[in-house]
Design a protein around this ligand. Sequence first.
Ligand code: THU
Length: 136
Amino acid sequence: MTQTATDQALFEAAEAIRARAYAPYSNFAVGAAILAEDGKIYAGCNIENAAYPQGNCAEASAISAMIAGGARRITRIYVTGPGTMPVTPCGGCRQRIREFADLDVTVISHGVDGQPLVSTLEQLLPHSFGPEFLSK
Ligand code: THU
């Protein structure tokens, strides 16, 4: 992948917040950085919990930051984690992203010791259900 200036900024934001991840149970720190429609970057990390299912994924945290910051649409999202395998959003987070992104939005998944994987949201979540199903 040719790394654009935008992708470099998203990568750096994801890595900066990944350093703050609270992941004492998995030791798998994840960062996510969203480029939103307002041109700003919103980032989040995973936050685990002793009651395991109560943990938050990095993508969910980044979406929370975006909404709290006043933006509503994801135009690009970058996810970073350890290892060489691309850290792709989990199934639940693919659906969370779907709420706020068009199907052609680029999702970059990066295990930071390997190469980034560039996908569209539609590739990660085909035949998906979204907000338009509920609109009149
Ligand atoms: N995790 C994320 O935050 N995002 C992903 O895309 C994959 C998994 C987190 C959840 C959990 O805290 C840890 O990584 C191990 O699954």
